[in-house]
Write a protein that binds this ligand. Structure first.
Ligand SMILES: [Zn+2]
Length: 365
């Protein structure tokens, strides 16, 4: 009897001491990282080549438009864009239209008043041209912005895209800590290979980050032009990752991150080693939850139904049930008991097994 009591209390102590490390991932189910395909300067090849190519892979991009270029004014008098109707068609097919300001001028090189107008007026005009979705994404011309520019930009836009980070830093953004109004970009340029772009995607996958790729013209003269076949090879690679990297416009990824950054997940230990996980309010997005424990844990929704779990090493992953505020993590012993049935467990403890007799026998008997 003392032996049995010891055994049971040891199991309970073991369970009570279980430390469960839980984290909520920012990306949709199955994804480990995010990637946005962005196109600058409103080139005609964006609507003619890039949009149909992206769509062939099921992707949608973000197109940073210069208002003057759309209307062939100012320095764009001799540099036409695609017809406005083509941009509006692309927008209806799910591409995001972002702002690359009114005239494409370095915002930190002009007066404060001009800078404010570049940001405000472009925002207003673009929302008028593409009604139905707010214009939340901005790319700073020439990747230039100082604190005053970024503060002003944040009045109208959720994100502001800068240039690449300093050498040696990862090319992607950290979903938890990086400032959305100062996003890092990864430029795809002339003379590079699709393999080097694919490697950046791989690195982003390993880091669980958000890669914001910046492109310019496709098979068309201009800064950093790339070939359609190279872009196609890169998109083919991304599609081949089978959803492990979430490819979505900047505005969609940013909106999800804003929600994710405000989420708080609380852990409460329950009797028998169970752990209650609760969010401040029911989730309206499907979030992925990862927890690290040994053994066959289960996760139960509020009705007690087990949720599908994916295991990788000591990590278990599940998708938070949409519309629910809490789930319960259940340790292996309780899981085993439920599988066995209480009746069977009772007889397991009450009928002395050979092991018990050896364990409780005195030496020398
Ligand atoms: Zn530009």
């Amino acid at each position: 009897m003392p032996a049995r009591a010891f055994l049971i209390s040891a199991l309970l102590c073991g369970m009570a001491a279980a430390q469960v490390e839980v984290s909520l991932l920012p990306w949709p189910a199955g994804a480990e990282a995010a990637l946005s395909l962005t196109f600058d300067d409103a080139y005609p090849s964006h609507t003619a080549v890039a949009m149909p190519l992206l769509e062939a892979f099921g992707f949608r991009g973000t197109f940073y438009l210069i208002v003057d270029r759309l209307f062939q004014r100012g320095k764009y008098e001799d540099l036409p864009s695609a017809p406005l109707a083509d941009w509006q068609e692309g927008f209806r097919r799910g591409h995001e239209m972002g702002s690359h300001t009114w005239t494409h001028v370095g915002l930190d090189t002009i007066s404060a008043l001009q800078m404010q107008e570049e940001l405000r007026a472009a925002h207003q005009v673009l929302e008028g041209l593409f009604p139905g979705a707010p214009v939340t994404s901005l790319a700073y011309p020439f990747s230039r912005a100082d604190t005053a520019v970024m503060q002003e930009a944040a009045r109208y836009y959720l994100t502001g895209r800068l240039g690449p980070p300093p050498a040696g830093e990862p090319p992607y953004n950290d979903p938890a800590t990086d400032q959305l109004i100062g996003l890092k970009a990864f430029f795809l340029c002339t003379g590079e290979t699709p393999q080097s772009w694919n490697q950046a995607a791989d690195q982003t996958l390993r880091g669980g980050g958000w890669l914001v790729e910046a492109l310019h013209p496709i098979d068309e003269l201009g800064y950093c032009q790339v070939r359609e076949e190279d872009l196609e090879a890169h998109l083919d690679y991304l599609a081949g990752l089978g959803g492990r990297i979430w490819v979505a416009p900047v505005g969609q990824v940013a909106a999800r991150l804003v929600e994710w950054r405000t989420l708080r997940l609380h852990q409460t230990p329950l009797a028998g080693g169970q752990v209650l996980l609760a969010l401040d309010e029911p989730a309206d997005e499907a979030w992925q939850v990862v927890f690290t424990v040994a053994g066959s844990w289960r996760v139960l929704d509020p009705e007690g139904h087990p949720l599908p779990l994916e295991r990788a090493g000591d990590s278990l992953r599940f998708v938070w049930p949409s519309g629910q505020a809490a789930v319960t993590l259940e340790p292996p012993l309780i899981t085993a008991v439920r599988a066995l049935g209480w009746g069977q467990l009772k007889s397991f403890f009450l009928v002395p097994a050979p092991d018990f007799q050896v364990f409780s026998g005195s030496p020398g008997r």
